[in-house]
Design a protein around this ligand. Sequence first.
Ligand code: SF4
Ligand code: SF4
Length: 299
Amino acid sequence: MSENRFNDVPFDSPIEPVRLQIDSKIKFNCYPGISCFNACCKQADITLAPYDIIRLKNRLGMTSTEFLKKHTVPFELDASGMPGVKMRTTDDEPVCLFMDEEKGCTVYEDRPTACRYYPVALLSSRKSDEYHDEQHYALVQESHCMGHKEDRELTVAEYRKEQQVEEFDELNRDYYRIILKKKSAGPAIGNPSPTSFQFFFLVSYDTDRFRQFLNSPNFLNVYDIPAEEFERIDNDDVERMKFGYRLLKQVLFGEQSIPLKEGAYDKRMEERKEILEARRELERKLAQEKDPIDEYIQD
Ligand code: SF4
Ligand code: SF4
């Protein structure tokens, strides 16, 4: 099972995926007892989105930090190094840790979006205007999957409904838009710093640590959030995730999506003045010590 939402050609598989629209018909069925039962879960390459993580960590009764450590591995979503997470598999083979030979998927009701879609994949592409994106679908026919030989025809829309994927797509939509915007903005917005990648990771994947950040003076002294709204964000993972998307748009793209407390920006800059001045002084000193010819002379 493989997934990649961000490339035009979505699969590493040598088999060319078939492009589909929402009303295209597919011939497919999957059920316990089919001859290939679990075959796809033994070739798992599952990218997780924020709402997938919330569903899984709550099902397992873990914090997001515990879940990320135990069940995921980091990878880069694009060439700029935007961080993503994939589901961890067994060490020797790509077997999903949630797969049980007898029962199949042990987290079925909370399985990730990629598992719900398979063998259909959602492809997002972005138009030049800000957050508008288009969705297409693809059907991948891998040789191990016998579901394509089953005598059942349904549209992509019917399949999405059957797999209850709409809720996941809706709640992950802004996350994909942020990634697409970053990707298509390219160097125009500049290369994000390691700190902004860490912040993207915290907000997108580690919601319980993000909650701690929201309760810190660093956040509370700067952003102006009404008490009632803050309580919702503080106590509800999904509300916090939605708020996180707004905060990311503000931090990564400079959008004014969350109001600042009056004078907070100036106060922050004042507090950081000494640090910034010390950093500038150090840079000046280093520049003086450095012989400009060093740039041209190689040992
Ligand atoms: S989460 Fe479930 S459906 Fe997805 S790969 Fe693992 S066992 Fe299979
Ligand atoms: S039919 Fe395809 S999706 Fe279903 S268990 Fe077999 S390999 Fe997996």
